[in-house]
Write a new protein. Sequence first.
Length: 380
Amino acid sequence: MDLQELRLEIDRIDGELVKLFAERMDIAARIGDYKKARNLPVFVPAREREKLQDVAEKAGPEMANYTRVLYSMLFELSRSYQSKRSDSLSALYNQITQAIETTPQLFPQAPMVACQGVEGAYSQIACEKIFKSPFILYFKNFEGVFTAIEQGLCQYGILPIENSTAGSVKKVYDLMVKHNFSIVRTFRLKIDHNLLVNPGASLDSVKEIYSHEQALNQCAGFLEKLSGVKVIPVENTAVAAEMVASSGRTDIAALSSRSCAELYGLKTLAASVQDQGNNYTRFICISKNLEIYPGSDKTTIMMVLNHRPGALYRVLARLYVLGINVTKLESRPLPDRDFEFMFYFDLDTSIYSEEFVQLMCELDDLCDEFKYLGSYSEVI
């Protein structure tokens, strides 16, 4: 047979497959209706394992694994279709709908905002990009930002969540889950770390360098070239600049922003010393209340999955079926729980899309636990 004849044969088989697929989905829908009417679980792991084993054996050794993958996807398609036919909306989606309806159309212009650090911190720069004229209160650590919002001192908080070089700020993720806060907006800030000193200092005179731990990690290559210099982490890059300025010493330096040089009267000894030129930090704006502003097209969720084969695959397969793009996936082991993991997902999907509605109604079926961390847009 030549290529054209082989393609015609494929087309014939595909025609049969499509017809059989439609028949299978119809029966799956009827099974879903039956289970719903009798309050039976949609997902029955034992039944699925038996089915996968059966089709793999029928396919034979060479095609067994391919068949398992195919049928695993078919099962996800069936469950998704069953869920879509259901008229019931989850409590979470009802909560999201209420937030969409009650959130003001215009993003706040001049609220009270909590930032970690002192004047000149990168969080302040991000805050002034997110809000037009914010009133900023500074706190020593991340916990202070959350406490300020919890106690009603501030309506919002600005926190770093990840860096393109140093990775995620895990402490912030942990606090988000602990306090049950929501993300209402994000902003990506270009980070330039500069070696700042008091006037009269030189590179040879510097014996100690202060900065935030993340900034030190981002400038590891530069720091390795400096011999005999002690690196000391502090709470914030702006705090480091303030410490150097107030000390008056010429043997210490700070890794901080250009704005801190002007703010604290420091000299830039070396500019843009981060290891990578495209060094960005993503900041989140958080709120105690669930607020979803118009145009929100990104969503962050947290899931707890059991340590069993296929647990993560089921989630990714469902997202694939729904056509939802995953822009970030990160796992963290759960303390005091053997072989169980917490997964953070950043998703690209409009809150008004059918896929978003369906996902919010299917989260219970996909994992043991989940937490919705908010839907938002990113400031450019």
